[in-house]
Ligand binder design. Structure first.
Ligand SMILES: [Zn+2]
Ligand SMILES: [Zn+2]
Length: 172
């Protein structure tokens, strides 16, 4: 499946290219989009955070079978103090932030890839999974995110389109 990877203006090119490579191994044909500005009206000065939905809406204007926005700003949504990411369930838009994932390095890339697979799983129609070793299990903390698996459990994987199912099996 084609995936348009959309770096927001604050994202380092290294992070975008590492993530692109990792997602290619999961069966996505990646097209990296030109850098997008962060919508100014999304910033909430009182909270020092960006509302996630305006960023997701910005992604909705871009073409592509799937569109994944990546940023390093802190995101929140309604009553959620923060969100690591969000996505259409199901649909074509997904958004992730590395703001709360720690310093640059292997662990950050691992966490970011998990978030990407999780949010893209929502795009494919997957809901949260009770299996805590599954990448679709809900993580409210870094501890939970690190504990969750790096890939889909067999039940979730079976519900993915074939090209991603097969890619996941090749890695697992
Ligand atoms: Zn989720
Ligand atoms: Zn699962």
């Amino acid at each position: 499946m084609e995936l348009r990877l959309v770096p927001f203006e604050d994202l380092s090119p290294d992070i975008a290219s590492c993530l692109a490579q990792a997602l290619e191994q999961h069966g996505y044909r990646i097209r990296v989009s030109p850098v997008q500005n962060l919508p100014g009206r999304a910033f909430n000065p009182r909270r020092g955070q960006y509302a996630a939905d305006p960023l997701l809406n910005r992604l909705g204007r871009l073409e592509g079978e799937r569109v994944l926005g990546v940023t390093g700003v802190d995101l929140y949504r309604y009553v959620c103090r923060f969100v690591y990411g969000l996505a259409d369930l199901p649909g074509r838009r997904a958004l992730i932030s590395h703001y709360r994932l720690g310093q640059a390095g292997d662990i950050l890339y691992q966490r970011l890839l998990k978030l990407a697979l999780h949010e893209l799983g929502h795009c494919h129609g997957l809901e949260h999974c009770p299996e805590n070793t599954c990448v679709m299990c809900f993580s409210a903390s870094l501890e939970a995110l690190d504990h969750s698996g790096r890939d889909y459990c067999p039940t979730c994987r079976a519900r993915l389109p074939a090209e991603h199912r097969d890619a996941s099996e090749a890695i697992a």
